[in-house]
Design a protein around this ligand. Structure first.
Ligand code: ZN
Length: 502
């Protein structure tokens, strides 16, 4: 077969896989936003049918044969996007073809069982009832690492599922710099007077919060012709079609900041997905964010670096405080921004402030690596959690639901996922530093509410490339540097020195 024909077949197959995945995403969206509770059982069957159709297509011997044939061809005459598509499918196909089908089935059964056990164990504060199910999940993960094979560390196999090509040795280097700097910064903040943030916990009318969030989204460049926002228990972003990107937010948390920052966070993910879909990538697997870390860099850049900045509130505070004159009576703009950025170690990762958040992630990452190499047993895990929490955050949770049982990830088999949250902070600060030196007027533009200025830059340098370049290649192409945690450390240092008069 000629190379042109092979590429055409690959593109056709790829587009069908994308359509199936988007169909599953729509079913999932409906499940989270509108489905009646009793619909759950048939929804599970519908989604798992589509998942198995996708799996069949990906592992079809003819399709794998096509990829194998392409691997032996000279691809230099192809476009950059075509070469990227071949690389994406080849990497994925090579990896999954090494994993025996019975291990795939055993893993999904183990995760299903562990999730059920986790829900009850968390409610009843009973780790022992969850431990055997978690052991089975980890056993599957270790077998997976062996089946795929690795050069340096078994964890690399797991990390690669979420952050392709990243090695744990690289994460170790960045996280050791990061944790030292964060623990130091936290120490300096501890000695200072804490800002008052009690005004965030007053009663704020939901309709106004919703209208304000939508206005910010629109200013960010979220296109309501190509996207919607609804409410759900857990905020998320999903892609239902090339021009149909959906986000959710929630108004149920006690702090008014939490709904707004959920909206901005998911808005950041959505802008990336919307911008990744263009004439070159539309309808293909390339029209997606490149990796979880880069995705999280885009949501957290909008949420924290822009959305929690003083410049942002120069423009928005007059609008926000005029919606809520009684709740914000006597609160200055600076007082408001200080309250929003209050740093205080707490037990729950998802509620953590910007300084302590990455320490929660590093804690989980360190434990995961020990578990995968059998340097720590599941039975020792709760004590190891408490010890490391004391070391990193300076606080030790009493309750298991505030500690080792708080996240769904391990029970769902998502081992290797956590580091991407903190890596997102690192990628985001590095991208932002580059953007700020390219646009000297950036902060002033944000103060004027011109969020289209950062959006245009992100669109040109990050969004539009979709999955065409690997994550680290994209980072170096855009910033000129390899991954370097000191960008994030310097950003936090400058910001919190100002806010806390350090
Ligand atoms: Zn996110």
């Amino acid at each position: 077969m000629k190379i042109d024909q092979m590429i055409q077949r690959l593109e056709k197959e790829d587009r069908q896989i994308v359509l199936l995945e988007q169909t599953a995403a729509l079913l999932q969206w409906d499940e989270e936003t509108g489905m009646p509770p009793a619909g759950h059982a048939s929804r599970v069957k519908q989604i798992s049918l589509i998942d198995s159709l996708v799996h069949e297509r990906r592992t079809d011997p003819e399709f794998l044969g096509l990829l194998n044939e392409l691997a032996h061809h000279d691809l230099s005459g192809l476009t950059e996007a075509q070469r990227a598509l071949v690389r994406l499918h080849t990497d994925r196909g090579t990896k999954s073809s090494k994993v025996p089908a019975d291990l795939v089935a055993r893993t999904s059964e183990a995760a299903g069982n562990a999730q059920n056990k986790w829900v009850t164990a968390r409610k009843e504060e009973d780790f022992a009832s969850f431990a055997p199910a978690l052991k089975e999940v980890l056993e599957c993960k270790k077998l997976y690492c062996q089946a795929v094979g690795y050069q340096e560390h078994p964890y690399d196999v797991l990390l690669d599922d979420y952050e392709p090509q990243m090695l744990s040795s690289e994460v170790d280097t960045q996280f050791s710099l990061l944790s030292k700097a964060l623990v130091g910064l936290l120490d300096r903040i501890r000695g200072k007077e804490q800002p008052d943030d009690s005004f965030l916990y007053k009663e704020y009318a939901k309709e106004d919060q919703d209208a304000f969030g939508r206005m910010v989204l629109e200013d960010m460049g979220f296109d309501f012709e190509r996207g919607v926002m609804e409410e759900a228990v857990h905020p998320f972003t999903t892609v239902v079609g090339a021009d149909d990107v959906r986000i959710t937010t929630r108004y149920s948390e006690p702090s008014v900041a939490s709904a707004l920052y959920s909206t901005i966070h998911e808005g950041g993910h959505a802008l990336y997905e919307l911008g990744a879909c263009n004439d070159v990538t539309r309808g293909s697997s390339l029209s997606e964010g490149v990796s979880l870390s880069v995705h999280e860099s885009q949501s957290r850049l909008w949420e924290n670096i822009i959305g929690r900045s003083e410049a942002f509130w120069d423009h928005y505070y007059p609008k926000f405080s005029s919606l809520y004159p009684s709740q914000l009576e006597g609160v200055s703009k600076r007082g408001f921004v200080r309250g929003l950025n209050k740093v205080s170690p707490s037990f729950i990762r998802v509620n953590a402030d910007e300084v302590t958040y990455s320490l929660h992630v590093i804690l989980r990452y360190e434990l995961e690596k020990l578990l995968v190499t059998d340097s720590l047993t599941v039975d020792e895990l709760p004590d190891a959690w408490r010890e490391l929490s004391g070391k990193l955050l300076g606080i030790i949770p009493e309750r298991l639901s505030d500690g080792v049982l708080q996240d769904v990830h391990w029970s769902a088999g998502l081992v290797g996922y956590f580091p991407t949250y903190a890596l997102g902070n690192l990628f985001g600060a590095q991208f932002y530093a580059t953007m700020a030196s390219a646009i000297p007027d950036l902060e002033a533009a944000i103060s004027r509410g011109e969020l289209s200025v950062p959006k245009r830059w992100l669109e040109e340098h990050i969004y539009q490339h979709g999955k065409i370049h690997p994550a680290t290649g994209l980072l170096e192409k855009v910033t000129g540097d390899p991954l370097d945690a000191s960008f994030f450390v310097d950003y936090l240092d400058a910001k919190y020195s100002r806010l806390y008069d350090l």
